[in-house]
Ligand binder design. Structure first.
Ligand SMILES: [Zn+2]
Length: 449
């Protein structure tokens, strides 16, 4: 038996004990699964973990705005207790977006409104989301699949709000540490930076259980994201070490599967820490020798031993982007190339290169040759220059769509796929037709739903 009907702890045990990615471990079923007598998870995006504390429920994360209602429904099939506390492990929209559904549930039942608990940096995040709402909607559209309706994002219109109006502001804020008690259960909250600057993880010492939010996500850590604000790979690794030092034996994450058993916790959390520490240490070592980011990204790699671990698969983010975020955390925005300090417009540089090459076609032909030869990185530069030099050139736009669809097909992480698909679609929009090769088009459709 496999798939959603298999208990998530059994799936986790199989994957961790075998070291192979079977059965699939990132599931979103919107269904509740009891994990202990008094602890359950609704497997959603993100998950909501619920603890029956006798006098009320303690919930970890509200899930997203689209899934909040389903999550509450699933929860109500399991327990009739009011929700006493709901902890936001951090302020990302897939963790807070469903809070409105929890408030509505309390109102419907005549319960007291749940107390929302979060790190003290969450309100500033919400403020930032309001100030940069259109920007965040636009980059998320690109990241999660494309820009078909990008025209809606430029000039006002009915752009959806990034943070929904019914998201509950936190009622109780915690700093470095906090705790709360419901019934006979006491939970500690510990702040650490990692994916965000506002992350807390929950710790129930008596049960050696950590509610980890996104610190454990069953894929390569989202510590590099090219379109988003600073992430903290070094602190993320330290949080893994802190959980292990606290004596964790049960890890209940917001994405992926519960990890039960000390040895399994050591394996997964230890691997995540090792991978991030290696990338950070090597990057800092090279920075200290005066290396540029260009030199660094082409040599720093995850050690071979960790490359095939199912819980480190670069499905969403990837190591190369984490290297860049380490550099950004300690360096500036300048890439070390003096021409890029105060550059000419890209279109002007491209026009010069086209002039030297003799024609746009020369650049386009070489780009397509490089695709054939398998050098997609280089092909992208040339085809991008061809279009920058002359955006109205049909052959250049056609080649650009082709090159970027190829690039997308060759990538594993959603962040890379999203950016490359968006580029290809931009050229298709300029041409007024879809030109992706059929073989890619079908995979793309499948992947994007
Ligand atoms: Zn998340």
């Amino acid at each position: 038996m496999s798939g959603p009907s298999m208990h998530p702890v059994d799936v986790a045990n199989r994957v961790i004990d075998s070291g192979t990615p079977e059965p699939p471990h990132n599931r979103v079923t919107e269904e509740l699964v009891p994990v202990e007598d008094d602890v359950a998870v609704v497997e959603s995006f993100s998950h909501c973990w619920a603890v029956d504390a006798g006098e009320g429920l303690v919930c970890w994360d509200a899930s997203g705005v689209q899934s909040g209602t389903k999550v509450v429904e699933a929860l109500r099939g399991w327990s009739d207790l009011p929700v006493d506390r709901l902890v936001y492990t951090h302020g990302h929209v897939d963790h807070v977006g469903g809070s409105g559904a929890f408030v509505a549930d309390a109102e419907r039942r005549g319960d007291r409104r749940p107390t929302f608990v979060a790190h003290e940096a969450v309100p500033a995040r919400f403020e930032r989301y309001h100030e940069t709402s259109g920007w965040n909607v636009a980059i998320n559209r690109r990241q999660f699949g494309g820009i078909r309706d990008r025209d809606r994002f430029g000039m006002g219109g009915d752009v959806p709000r990034f943070l929904h109006a019914d998201v509950a502001e936190p009622d109780e804020l915690v700093g470095d540490r906090g705790s709360f008690t419901v019934g006979d259960r006491t939970f500690e909250l510990r702040h650490a930076r990692g994916e965000t600057d506002d992350h807390v993880w929950g710790w129930e010492a008596e049960r050696r259980t950590a509610y980890t939010g996104d610190f454990v996500c069953w894929m390569f850590p989202n510590a590099g994201n090219p379109q988003k604000v600073q992430r903290y790979p070094i602190e993320w690794a330290r949080a893994m070490r802190d959980m292990l030092a606290a004596g964790v034996e049960r890890v209940y994450p917001a994405h992926g599967l519960p990890i039960v058993g000390r040895q399994r916790c050591e394996t997964v959390l230890g691997d995540v820490a090792d991978a991030l520490e290696h990338l950070a240490d090597h990057t800092l070592e090279l920075m200290n020798e005066g290396a540029t980011i260009d030199e660094i990204i082409h040599v720093v790699r995850v050690p071979d031993r960790l490359a095939d671990r199912p819980w480190l698969a670069p499905q969403y983010d990837e190591p190369e982007f984490v290297v860049r975020n380490v550099y950004r955390q300690f360096g500036g925005w300048w890439d070390g190339n003096p021409a890029n300090l105060k550059p000419a417009p890209e279109s002007a540089v491209a026009a010069e290169v086209v002039r030297l090459a003799g024609s746009i076609e020369a650049l386009v032909d070489r780009a397509l040759e490089l695709v054939e030869a398998g050098d997609l990185r280089l092909a992208c530069h040339l085809v991008q220059m061809a279009v920058a030099a002359e955006p109205a050139h049909e052959g250049a736009q056609r080649a650009r769509a082709d090159v970027f669809w190829h690039r997308r097909a060759a990538e594993r992480s959603l962040m890379s796929k999203g950016v490359y698909a968006a580029a290809a679609r931009e050229s298709e929009a300029a041409l007024g037709e879809e030109i992706a090769p059929n073989e890619f088009r079908s995979t793309i459709r499948g992947a994007l739903g």
